[in-house]
Design a protein around this ligand. Structure first.
Ligand code: ZN
Length: 222
């Protein structure tokens, strides 16, 4: 079956939920998707057992946080194609890699919504610092969101092979929700291993310490 993977950008700006500085139609579409993201209760239990503390209960909370704090969400040039999104505390901006600016792919728009959710998790503490624990917390958000979105539209994320999917949201969700956590541990250690395991706002869990110490055989004990 041929999948329809483009959407119309007829985003309405009715009512009080309008966001400033996100008139870009792709960003607007992603923000609308963000608002509707819910997490499965079992997924929440799982990530908490793993040691994550999800910064938001759903996409609406993240959306409201962005709006209430006048955080901008913008396409901008990022240092590499492997950086899909970034929180810039100085400019209070969630930057989305500009290579996706003109995308017509629904899957990429959902990936931008997930990435915005992840970066909003970083923004929530209103600082520009991070730690392995903070990353685990933020990665739990996009990983849970990905599962909900995929369940709502099975196969949607296979309709496009953009880097933000292949090496971003698809990959992290499958590694996070895997009995064998070695892939996630190695990937997070590779990307964020130089950061401290935890920080004063995000005390390190055993899982964060296992990543910091390079213990790929970490298992979740019930
Ligand atoms: Zn992050």
């Amino acid at each position: 079956m041929v999948r329809v993977n483009s959407i119309n950008f007829n985003v309405n700006f009715n009512g009080k939920r309008q966001l400033k500085d996100s008139q870009d139609p792709v960003i607007s579409a992603a923000m609308e998707e963000l608002k509707n993201i819910k997490f499965d209760n079992n997924d929440v239990k799982y990530v908490k057992k793993l040691g994550a503390k999800p910064p938001f209960k759903n996409g609406q909370q993240a959306y409201d946080f962005i709006k209430d704090n006048d955080i901008k969400v913008k396409f901008m040039k990022l240092p590499s194609d492997d950086i899909h999104a970034q929180w810039d505390v100085t400019n209070k901006t969630i930057k989305i890699n500009e290579r996706y600016r003109d995308t017509k792919s629904k899957a990429v728009i959902l990936a931008i919504a997930e990435s915005t959710l992840h970066e909003a998790g970083h923004a929530k503490d209103l600082d520009g610092d991070s730690s392995i624990q903070e990353e685990i917390n933020c990665l739990s958000l996009n990983s849970m969101a990905h599962r909900t979105l995929n369940a709502q539209d099975p196969g949607i994320f296979e309709t496009n092979d953009a880097n933000i999917l292949k090496n971003g949201v698809n990959l992290y969700s499958s590694m996070y929700f895997n009995k064998d956590l070695s892939g996630l541990i190695e990937k997070v250690r590779h990307s964020y291993g130089a950061l401290p395991a935890g920080d004063s706002k995000h005390p390190a869990s055993e899982f964060a310490r296992a990543i910091k110490n390079g213990e790929p055989n970490f298992v979740v004990v019930a």
